[in-house]
Design a protein around this ligand. Structure first.
Ligand SMILES: Nc1ncnc2c1ncn2[C@@H]1O[C@H](COP(=O)(O)OP(=O)(O)OP(=O)(O)O)[C@@H](O)[C@H]1O
Length: 553
């Protein structure tokens, strides 16, 4: 529940004025509904009584009927205003939460980021945030309106009718509906949670099926995955049906509560009329007001049926939201050029143990790479070459030792400074964008086309790009339709275009034939003559090209 309140505070803090006005209008809507029915009941009864008493001609019908019209029209207008204000404000607040969530995801430590699944994260950003809109719209605002209207109804009925009648109507209604709502919230919690889980499972499995369909076909597992998607969908439907059934039952119990409360109010009103404490018209006012109170709880009922989904979504979203609402750090210009002789990268006594591993993968490791120098890390698979690159890229932090980038401790550099100094090409890269140009411009917004073509030439890709119709020709998702080697060189070109002082390359020519690999390696140096380059290498061509080898054992 604390997560729910936290999210409610965030929503409220983002749009306080609109939400306060919207809540005031929501109170007006419900109050006008109760007043409308109460007044109508009083009006009909009083007019009838005046007719029976033979003084109908003297009865003033104009004022009550004008008030009825005013309340009916006012209620409609207030409802319109309330919907506009509260929905608009909630959607704006949720937009802020979604952005905060995205920032939270991006700020996660590399190890956690690497473990995130795309489909799951996508769900969190979309489905969970959508689930949160009910907190204000279907729980808080209707509950506040109902409480205010109960209090107001009690005071007005006390003033216009009788204390006992007013107290009974509000007391019986509050207790009755309170119990029904508690019952709804408790029983709907589990199926609403299960429905949400099934929905998430359905989406994730479907995305997995679409993304891995080739492998699933090859291994003959497509029917199993399709069945898993179907099972999640069936579970979703069953649980949504259960929530629907509960909601209908709650609706029936609320109708029963209203009937009992209004029925006993009628009986009590009759007794008070017999005793001469109130008139029949006043008794009718009480009876109709009791009937109208049922309207106050309908939105809360719907909100409570969804409580499980909202609670889980609030918990997950809160865990990922950054604690402060602060904006990301503004871009900082990179520092001055380092003094001559300062290594571009220096690792000293660096130790790192992967989470869950028993022993460190590197222990007291030392390394220096000077500007203009190419160093290749070699050694058997699993010796920690990629780990050293990830440390130098600041993606993971060492357990001991220090890492200096151009003489400055890596930990002291802002994210912006670090990314301006260092570029890292991992073993597998994503190519985002719809054309060669888009994919390259990810690294350099506003990329100059001549520059792009020059770098494509350096990585031996210009003929491929020209053959496909040029820089702006459309490409499929993640460069599908390009060969593995072409995708790799495109990712390399994107890294080169950033022109970093330190370039970290994990097996940059993997998948290329030897002549192309040699050509590409020479092209890297041509584009970045002064950069320090550290590679993780298995291939002979890369080892021959490097100025120095460091063997990891
Ligand atoms: N996120 C991780 N969690 C746990 N262990 C990891 C993680 N990443 C790598 N390792 C382990 O750390 C060791 C070093 O991995 P690393 O990728 O640095 O080796 P490598 O020398 O680059 O191997 P390769 O040449 O095959 O790319 C391996 O045993 C690997 O299984």
């Amino acid at each position: 529940m604390t997560h729910l309140l936290h999210i409610l505070r965030l929503i409220w803090r983002a749009q306080p004025a609109a939400l306060i006005r919207g809540t005031a209008l929501a109170v007006t809507v419900v109050a006008a509904g109760v007043a409308l029915l109460g007044l109508s009941g009083w009006f009909i009864t009083a007019a009838g009584a005046a007719g029976l008493a033979g003084i109908g001609i003297a009865f003033n019908v104009f004022q009550p009927s004008a008030a009825v019209r005013f309340l009916a029209l006012g209620r409609t207008a207030a409802r319109y205003g309330e919907r506009m204000l509260t929905h608009d404000a909630t959607l704006k607040s949720l937009k802020d939460i979604r952005v905060g969530l995205l920032r939270g995801v991006l700020d996660l430590p590399f190890q956690r980021l690497a473990r995130l699944r795309g489909a799951e994260t996508m769900n969190r950003l979309v489905a969970d945030v959508d689930a949160l809109d009910g907190i204000a719209l279907r729980l808080f605002i209707p509950a506040v309106s109902a409480a205010v209207v109960y209090l107001g109804t009690f005071l007005v009925l006390w003033w216009l009718t009788d204390l006992i009648l007013a107290a009974w109507i509000v007391f019986s209604f509050t207790c009755g509906t309170g119990l029904v709502l508690l019952w709804t919230g408790r029983h709907a919690l589990a199926p609403s949670r299960r429905a949400e889980k099934a929905l998430q499972a359905f989406r994730i499995r479907l995305i997995d099926l679409l993304r891995a369909r080739d492998d699933l076909v090859v291994y003959g597992r497509l029917p199993d995955q399709a069945e898993a998607v179907g099972a999640a969908e069936r579970r979703l439907r069953e649980n949504l049906d259960a929530v629907d059934r509960l909601e209908r039952r709650a609706g029936m119990m609320l109708a029963l509560t209203t009937t009992l409360s209004a029925g006993t109010a009628l009986w009590l009103g009759g007794a008070l009329v017999e005793r001469g404490a109130i008139s029949p018209a006043q008794a009718a006012l009480g009876f109709f007001a009791a009937l109208a109170l049922s309207e106050t709880v309908q939105p809360v009922r719907r909100g409570l049926a969804d409580l499980g989904r909202m609670l889980d979504a609030a918990r997950r979203v809160r865990r990922l939201l950054p604690e402060t609402g602060a904006a990301p750090a503004p871009a900082v210009p990179t520092g001055p050029a380092p003094r001559p002789g300062t290594p571009a990268l220096e690792l000293d006594g660096t130790t790192y143990r992967h989470p869950g591993a028993e022993t460190p993968v590197i222990d007291g490791f030392a390394l220096r790479v000077a500007p203009g120098e190419s160093v290749a890390l070699t050694g058997a698979s699993g010796r920690g070459k990629s780990t050293v690159l990830a440390l130098a890229a600041g993606l993971i932090a060492p357990d001991a030792g220090r890492i200096l980038i151009s003489g400055r401790p890596l930990a002291d550099l802002s994210e912006t400074q670090l990314r301006a100094e260092v570029t890292y090409l991992p073993q597998r890269s994503m190519l985002l964008g719809a054309s060669f140009y888009d994919m390259l411009a990810l690294g350099v917004p506003g990329l100059d086309e001549t520059d792009a073509l020059a770098v494509l030439e350096a990585v031996a890709l210009s003929s491929t790009v020209a053959g496909r119709g040029g820089l702006h020709s459309p490409l499929s998702e993640n460069g599908a339709g390009l060969s593995g080697g072409e995708q790799r060189r495109l990712a390399l070109a994107r890294a080169l275009l950033r022109r970093p002082r330190l370039l970290l390359l994990d097996e940059p020519t993997e998948g290329l034939d030897r002549p192309t690999a040699i050509r590409v390696l020479a092209g890297i140096r041509e584009v970045l003559p002064q950069a320090a380059i550290l590679t993780a290498s298995h291939r002979r061509a890369e080892r021959d090209w490097a100025d120095r080898l460091i063997r990891m054992t």
